[in-house]
Design a protein. Structure first.
Length: 161
C-alpha cells in the first residue's frame, strides 16, 4: 500500500477512514502488552491534538505539552516511554531536552519533528542523539513505527538454547 504525507490537522480524519483498521489492529496488539507512554511537546495546539488522537488510536498512552518547560514541570514516567517534540517551541529549546533529562537522571528517547527543516537543524538533532527526525507534515505510520522501534526493549530468553 502506498502511504501519502498528510498534515497534522488531517491526521484524525485520515486515521478514521484510511488507517482505521490499522489503528484498530495496533490497539488490539497493545492490549496484551505494556502500553507505551508518548509525551508530545509542540507549541501548536492543533498539531498537539492531532498527534495525541493518532497516538491514542494506535494504542499508546499520550500526554501533550506546549513546551519543554511545561513537560519538565510534571511527573515524568520514563519506563516504556518516549518523547515526540517539535524542534522549535516557546521557552526552553527542545534541542536542550536530552541534556536536561540526563541532568535529572532520566533516560527517555526523543523523536524530533519540525516544519523548518534545514541542514543545520538536522545536524543539531543528530548531535543531541535523537532517536528520530521527521519533517512536518509527519507520515503517521512512519512515526508510529519509529515510536515502536525507539521503545523496543530487547527480550531476554528465559531458557536460552
Amino acid at each position: 500500500m502506498h502511504w501519502r504525507l498528510i498534515n497534522a490537522s488531517q491526521i484524525c480524519e485520515v486515521r478514521t477512514t484510511r488507517f482505521g483498521s490499522l489503528c484498530e489492529n495496533l490497539v488490539a496488539m497493545n492490549a496484551t502488552r505494556e502500553q507505551l507512554q508518548v509525551y508530545v511537546i509542540d507549541d501548536e495546539e492543533s498539531s498537539r491534538r492531532a498527534l495525541v488522537r493518532l497516538l491514542l488510536a494506535a494504542g499508546f498512552k499520550a500526554s501533550a505539552y506546549s513546551c519543554a518547560d511545561e513537560f519538565l514541570a510534571t511527573s515524568i514516567e520514563c519506563n516504556s516511554a518516549c518523547i515526540v517534540a517539535d524542534v522549535f517551541t516557546k521557552g526552553m529549546n527542545s534541542l536542550e531536552l536530552p541534556l536536561r533529562l540526563k541532568e535529572l537522571g532520566l533516560i527517555i528517547p526523543v523523536i524530533y519533528i519540525t516544519a523548518y527543516d534545514t541542514p543545520e537543524t538536522r545536524e543539531q538533532v543528530k548531535r543531541m542523539g535523537a532517536s528520530g527526525y521527521f519533517r512536518k507534515p509527519v507520515d503517521d505510520q512512519a512515526l508510529i513505527d519509529a515510536i515502536h522501534w525507539t521503545c523496543k526493549k530487547p527480550e531476554i530468553a528465559s531458557n536460552p538454547g
